[in-house]
Design a protein around this ligand. Structure first.
Ligand code: CMP
Length: 140
């Protein structure tokens, strides 16, 4: 499935703001199919493990606190060129720099509260999908 799948989370800010439905609609309108989806809340140690690639960065502790602060939606999405197309759909990490009509521009409010996560490579899409979903939780 390399190249055809990516992984996303709708983050606690967007969930608390009631934007879950609109964000899922925007994702499906853009041609992505959900192959797995769950509502959950990360424990702090789980957020630390998920974002361990950033553990030397100054924002790491705040990021992990925030990502474990409330419910999230995790999903595996399928489309040709999934990683790159999804990153275009969500826009730049900082919502203030994200193009108009991107998900982060519409529903994110700051670099930390940027509404959604999207995998940045096929390799990370696989790692991140495996972090959240077992085989039985995925559509083939
Ligand atoms: P995400 O795509 O989930 O990957 C790492 C997250 O760290 C990123 O989105 C941002 O929400 C968050 N973050 C917080 N501060 C920074 C920063 N200074 N630079 C990059 N990412 C940051």
């Amino acid at each position: 499935m390399t190249g055809k799948q990516t992984f996303t989370m709708i983050k606690p800010d967007a969930m608390a703001n009631g934007d879950m439905g609109n964000i899922i609609q925007a994702i499906t309108d853009a041609g992505f199919k959900c192959k797995a989806l769950k509502l959950t809340q990360l424990q702090l140690n789980q957020a630390e493990a998920f974002y361990e690639i950033h553990n030397e960065r100054p924002f790491y502790n705040d990021l992990c606190d925030f990502m474990s602060s409330g419910p999230i939606i995790a999903a595996i999405l399928e489309k040709d060129n999934a990683v790159e197309d999804f990153r275009k759909l969500i826009g730049a990490t900082d919502p203030l720099k994200a193009d108009e009509n991107t998900i982060r521009n519409r529903w994110g409010t700051s670099l930390s509260y940027n509404a959604v996560h999207g995998s940045d490579s096929d390799e990370n899409a696989i790692r991140e999908s495996n972090f959240f979903f077992s085989e039985i939780e995925r559509l083939q």
